[in-house]
Design a protein around this ligand. Structure first.
Ligand SMILES: [Zn+2]
Length: 303
């Protein structure tokens, strides 16, 4: 039975007087092995990975573990509480300010302390993301370890530049084997995405030698190097033309992805169509959802 230890990473005192601190669960096996970090809710509106980590932690309690697994399920508790992508106190996207600044904005201070407390000693990092409250997404980034990314088990793997200031970029710069996953989001088929996240993490832990057993390999994985985001130019109610069942599938050029309506006048403001001859669907909205101009509408890749 692995030993379980809960530690609080102290960040600061909030204006309310309450402490800002992050729970870190450490599971230590009896045998030597790698140290693997798993993080979620750097963006506080990405909830499915948090539940996946609760389920994974329960399974690790009785697992045959080599090495160490360190889990921080909520890296940004302030944005989790508000269910927002950015930290409400300073309007900042935490995953754009790493490695942070101890004398910067609150999010920058959080980033700096978290880097200092969590990354040292890690051999591998799995940073979990999802589509947020409304969109649903399904892919994983290839950072510096394609086999580890593949082991998580999404059909689509994206080898791309990513964004500056991410937690994963700091981990990569320190030579840590790193995967960023983007799986789930929205409320449709929530249980399925959570189950896939748990299974993907267990498979990645088998690949790393932390859990025993055969690594499952998909044979239908696709590596993409271009990922396009369609952002509506008009806000309103976005009514889907393609559903969550189209994720990982190809749609033809001109396919109606969604329509933005003025929710009050019912005026049709914009239609979003698939731009490429063949489009692999990566992110979609499966239900009628509120959209602002510039929000994530759809993500797709030409194939
Ligand atoms: Zn995210």
């Amino acid at each position: 039975m692995p030993a379980h230890h809960l530690r609080w990473i102290e960040i600061t005192t909030l204006a309310s007087g309450l402490p800002l601190r992050l729970a870190e669960h450490t599971f230590s096996g009896g045998q030597p092995g790698p140290s693997v970090g798993i993080t979620a809710a750097i963006h506080g509106d990405e909830l499915a990975p948090v539940e996946a980590l609760r389920q994974l932690a329960a399974r690790l309690q009785s697992a045959e573990l080599r090495g160490t697994v360190r889990i921080v399920p909520v890296v940004n508790p302030l944005s989790f509480q508000a269910q927002t992508r950015n930290t409400p106190q300073d309007m900042t996207n935490l995953n754009r300010v790493f490695p942070g600044d101890r004398n910067g904005w609150l999010s920058e201070q959080l980033a700096a302390t978290f880097v200092a407390e969590f990354l040292p000693g890690l051999d591998a990092l799995l940073d979990l993301h999802a589509g947020g409250a409304l969109p649903t997404v399904d892919y994983a980034y290839i950072e510096n370890d394609p086999d580890l990314s593949a082991a998580f088990g999404t059909k689509v793997l994206y080898r791309g530049p990513g964004f500056p200031g991410t937690f994963s970029h700091v981990a990569v710069s320190r030579g840590i084997r790193t995967v960023v996953t983007e799986l789930g989001g929205g409320l449709l088929r929530d249980r399925e995405y959570i189950a896939r996240t748990v299974a993907g993490l267990e498979n990645a832990l088998r690949h790393l030698g932390v859990l025993p057993g055969e690594v499952t390999r998909r044979t239908d994985q696709i590596v993409i190097e271009q990922l396009d985001t369609l952002r509506p130019n008009q806000g309103g109610l976005l009514v889907p033309g393609v559903g969550v069942d189209q994720l990982g599938e190809v749609v033809e050029q001109g396919t109606l992805l969604g329509t933005v309506y003025n929710p009050q006048t019912f005026e049709m403001l914009q239609e979003l169509h698939a731009p490429h001859p063949r489009n692999l669907m990566i992110l979609t909205r499966g239900a009628a959802t509120r959209v602002e101009a510039g929000d994530y509408g759809y993500m797709l890749a030409p194939v």
